[in-house]
Write a protein that binds this ligand. Structure first.
Ligand code: NAG
Ligand code: NAG
Length: 207
């Protein structure tokens, strides 16, 4: 019992005093920016997992992306297409803890299926169309919180929670989303459960 208590106190102390373990989202940068590059030439330094370009050599292109106005093709099995603008597209986003996505939805039924971003909260604004959106809170409530969104409406999906958007209008829909990570990643629930490689070898009765 005493041993267990000591373990608990030790674990608590580690979590409480080590912000690196307690923080799941991106860290605050220690410099103006760190334009990501792959090599160490041109005076690069190593920060937060990537080499940074010498700041004196940074230019506008390092912070720029174009073409997010172009509608994307939604002729696929789910009727939606996500266009990511994260550190892979804008190397100047490295260490800044933010990124963007454009989502196109096919008329009636275009779906961005239930998924989660393990490291990012998402704030979504609808530009065109009508979306039914929602997220589910964690155990044990598993409360489904939903809303119908029209152009100009903004909705937030809290970090880690499973969420979706579904086009219930008879026109195509477009939304833009800001995410609080330079690389939020995505876990699509159906892919994780039914599409894993190799398949889950468990007799799971929960679905
Ligand atoms: C780094 O290399 C990867 C893989 O070769 C490439 O996809 C990426 O665009 C490169 N990034 C930069 C900033 O050059
Ligand atoms: C959209 O994608 C589908 C399936 O790949 C293709 O058949 C169609 O031609 C594309 N439409 C446009 C406008 O590019």
């Amino acid at each position: 019992m005493m041993k267990r208590l000591q373990l608990f106190i030790a674990a608590f102390a580690i979590l409480a005093f080590n912000p690196l373990l307690a923080l799941a989202s991106d860290h605050i940068p220690l410099q103006d920016f760190c334009v990501a590059i792959n090599d160490t030439k041109n005076g690069a330094v190593f920060v937060n997992g990537k080499f940074c370009k010498d700041p004196k050599l940074a230019n506008a292109e390092d912070f720029f992306y174009l073409g997010l106005n172009i509608p994307r093709n939604t002729s696929n099995s789910i009727g939606s297409t996500v266009t990511l603008v994260n550190v892979a597209q804008i190397s100047g986003l490295n260490t800044l803890g933010i990124s963007l996505a454009r989502v196109d939805y096919a008329p009636y039924g275009g779906l961005n299926p239930p998924h989660t971003h393990p490291r990012a909260t998402e704030i979504l604004v609808v530009l065109e169309g009508t979306l039914y959106v929602g997220f589910v809170t964690s155990n044990k409530d598993n409360c489904l919180i939903t809303k119908v969104l029209n152009p100009g409406d903004v909705f937030v999906f809290p970090v880690g929670l499973i969420h979706f958007q579904f086009n219930i209008g008879n026109t195509k829909s477009v939304a833009f989303a800001g995410l609080s990570s330079q690389n939020p990643r995505v876990i699509i629930i159906a892919n994780a459960i039914f599409g894993s490689n190799p398949p889950w070898d468990l007799d799971i009765k929960v679905y």
